[in-house]
Design a protein around this ligand. Structure first.
Ligand code: NAD
Ligand code: UDP
Length: 344
């Protein structure tokens, strides 16, 4: 039988793909989103793709607003679990405006969990990040690798992990903090995908916009890192693999009889350099991506690569999609929606 889940930030990139996976599994979803970085159109398309499976209701509101969160818990039936995607994620912005990050990411999580506690809903999946590891020296990264976040974005995510750990020690809570590596790509239909506002910060949407002719060339940030080709290495995973991981995590948490606190890396375990991604994209799509090497971007670390074994052991989840899948699906989304959700 389907469950009823609250999904904060469900209109965003990862949230929309996860919402679709959960609806296809027959669940009823309540999305709380203030559309700070997303569009209601994403949810309309999710409903279209779900094609009558599951259900989705929307509350437009801010996760920091206790009244809006209370309204979510009081509308309709019991909420069996929560996925908390709502948050801010731009590293540079977090350096310039740290208080906003502490407010949205940490205070938002506090308001949400306080409402969960009041309503006796203590099952939560939290969106954490591989950047909590800072600038690690030893690989692959295991969950017990010491954390050393180097910017406010990662610091706020780690603070929430710690707050949730403390809640679990009070008993009764079942929490999974998923440390995502680099989600990319889109649903294979090309109907939903990543829709950055303005100039993309991230590598993958920048590549697809260059390929589409929206931007002249890619700037590769540094080729003097201590990596085989000198460019930065990250662990890119298909957003549909990440969406699947959330479904599996909720199933796992709901089966736990006792308080549970999980912290899991969600990645493929295969790091790729910037140039490997560029050339993989060219192979998958047949399109040349012009690029030039420019100086390093401040705050970037040479390498992040998951050890994904714990997620496999505990959840039975592992990434199955390839770089080719990520490129093909991300490109299909870009081609079908050249201006994201704003047109077409
Ligand atoms: P996104 O910006 O596409 O989605 C976040 C959603 O939260 C958006 O729909 C936004 O409108 C909403 N939101 C923001 N502030 C809100 C608020 N105060 N109240 C209600 N809704 C609010 O980002 P995403 O890539 O889907 O990321 C989802 C989560 O995963 C974030 O918490 C992010 O920090 C985390 N994460 C993302 C990545 C990544 O590379 N995309 C990596 C690691 C962790
Ligand atoms: N990168 C790049 N050019 C860009 C954007 C990113 O060379 O326009 C590099 C960046 O230096 C890093 C990798 O691509 O090595 C991934 O960057 P992204 O911003 O996508 O993810 P994150 O920094 O969060 O890991």
């Amino acid at each position: 039988m389907g469950h009823r889940f609250l999904i904060t930030g469900g209109a965003g990139f990862i949230g929309s793909h996860t919402a679709l996976v959960l609806m296809e599994q027959g669940h009823s979803l309540l999305v709380l989103d203030n559309f700070d970085n997303s569009s209601p159109e994403a949810l309309e398309r999710v409903k279209g793709l779900a094609n009558g499976q599951g259900s989705l209701e929307l509350i437009e509101g801010d996760v920091r607003d206790a009244d809006a969160v209370e309204h979510a818990f009081k509308s309709g039936g019991t909420i069996d679990g929560v996925i908390h995607f709502a948050g801010l994620k731009a590293v540079g912005e977090s350096v310039n405006d740290p208080l906003r990050y502490w407010d949205v990411n940490v205070n938002g999580s506090r308001v949400l969990t306080a409402a969960m506690e009041r309503h006796g809903c203590r099952t939560l999946v939290f969106s954490s990040t591989s950047t909590v590891y800072g600038e690690p020296q030893t690989f692959p990264l295991q969950e017990q690798t010491p954390t050393a976040p180097i910017h406010p974005y990662a610091q706020t995510k780690l603070a929430v992990e710690q707050m949730l750990g403390a809640l679990c020690r009070t008993g009764a809570w079942r929490v999974a903090s998923l440390r995502y590596f680099n989600p990319v790509g889109a649903h294979p239909s090309g109907r939903i995908g990543e829709d950055p506002l303005g100039i993309p910060n991230n590598l993958f949407p920048f590549i697809t916009q260059v390929a589409a002719g929206r931007r002249e060339q890619l700037h590769v940030f540094g080729d003097d890192y201590p990596t085989p080709d000198g460019t930065g290495i990250r662990d890119y995973l298909h957003v549909m693999d990440l969406a699947d991981a959330h479904g599996v995590t909720l199933d796992h948490l709901l089966q736990q009889p006792d308080s549970t606190a999980l912290t899991l890396n969600i990645g493929t375990g295969r790091g790729l350099s910037v140039l490997e991604v560029v050339h993989g994209f060219e192979r998958a799509t047949g399109i040349t991506v012009p690029y030039s090497i420019v100086p390093r971007r401040p705050g970037d670390v040479p390498k992040l690569e998951a050890c994904p074994l714990q997620a496999k052991t505990v959840l039975g989840w592992e990434a199955s999609r390839t770089l080719e899948d990520m490129c093909r699906d991300g490109w299909a989304w870009q081609q079908a929606n050249p201006m994201g959700y704003r047109r077409g």
